[in-house]
Design a protein around this ligand. Structure first.
Ligand SMILES: [Fe+2]
Ligand SMILES: [Fe+2]
Length: 310
């Protein structure tokens, strides 16, 4: 094969296309299959919901907390995929008149994210059918996407790579081993993770390619942008944890002020774990990021993360 002008590893893009074709799913035929949600089971595994330290909660209350968190998980993915799809589409244009294999891999990636948004909207509707009124998902996907996409491509690709790597980590570490999970939710996570595996590879390839085009000053700006993006994600998590805890309290027995504070802190701790910590601690993410930034930039990122990691 001729080396292409952008020095792309075409074989890796080709492999992503091949696997993407093999694991491709249809929302209705493969995942939902006419099923409704079973509200006697958990929606999110214990390893992600992280409510096990609250011994004063009953089993039913912990299950309800996992259902609220599962619903928020679906909405959060719908939210992040709103900016992932347009960013990947934008990046794909750089290959449009170049490597057609890379172009096809990224077009498929975009298409899959549009489908995932529809899948998560379906799950939100199924959750709404069986849960008492009062739940609210606060962030507006288009507003968040507009703010994220205003940042540098290097930073947005870093954020996207981190997200797609934590999807895989969640699946391997918490979802796959949990036998008590709702079967429909387990299928949603399984089919989603299969397509995300290729996305994580493509994110890394595109992020590294972008990195190679930047000057030192531009990369330093990228680091600042990435820190700002993580802070914005944390702001969303703080507001949603408060809203989800309030919804939880409105549907359960009266708890003491001290216990309510612990429940709210547990929601925020779980969301920080799910959407920030499990990604930044991912070995692959650390390797790729560590290969791009210098020690001072890494320390700046570490300093910004410190209050979230506590
Ligand atoms: Fe996705
Ligand atoms: Fe993805």
């Amino acid at each position: 094969m001729q080396p292409n002008p952008q020095h792309l590893d075409t074989q890796r893009y080709a492999k992503c296309i091949e696997v993407s074709k093999r694991v491709r799913f249809d929302i209705e035929r493969d995942v939902i299959r006419g099923r409704k949600l079973d509200f006697s089971s958990k929606f999110l595994p214990d390893g992600l919901a992280r409510m096990d330290k609250l011994a004063f909660l009953t089993e039913g209350e912990r299950r309800f907390a996992s259902q609220i968190q599962g619903r928020t998980y679906a909405n959060m993915f719908g939210l992040v995929e709103r900016f992932i799809a347009p960013k990947v589409l934008e990046v794909s244009r750089q290959h449009a008149l170049g490597d057609q294999t890379a172009f096809e891999a990224l077009v498929r990636f975009t298409d899959e994210e549009l489908k995932h948004q529809e899948l998560f909207r379906r799950m939100e509707r199924l959750a709404a059918e069986g849960m008492p009124a009062g739940y609210g998902f606060l962030p507006q996907p288009n507003d968040v996407a507009r703010a994220v996409l205003s940042k540098s491509t290097w930073a947005v690709l870093a954020l996207i790579c981190h997200i797609e790597l934590f999807v895989l980590a969640h699946y391997r570490q918490a979802i796959e081993p949990d036998a008590a999970l709702s079967p429909l939710w387990k299928d949603v996570f399984t089919f989603h993770a299969r397509e995300e595996s290729q996305h994580a590879i493509l994110d890394e390839l595109e992020w590294m390619r972008e990195n190679g085009t930047l000057t030192a000053v531009q990369r330093d700006q990228g680091v600042d942008d990435l820190i700002a993006l993580v802070a914005a994600v944390d702001g969303i998590l703080q507001a949603q944890a408060k809203a989800d805890a309030a919804y939880f309290f409105s549907m359960t027995r009266k708890l003491s002020v001290e216990r309510e504070a612990r429940v709210e802190a547990a929601f925020l701790g779980a969301y920080r774990w799910q959407y920030i910590v499990s990604g930044v601690q991912d070995e692959r993410f650390q390797q790729v990021l560590g290969g791009m930034v210098d020690a001072k930039q890494m320390a700046r990122i570490g300093g910004a993360l410190a209050p979230i990691l506590e």
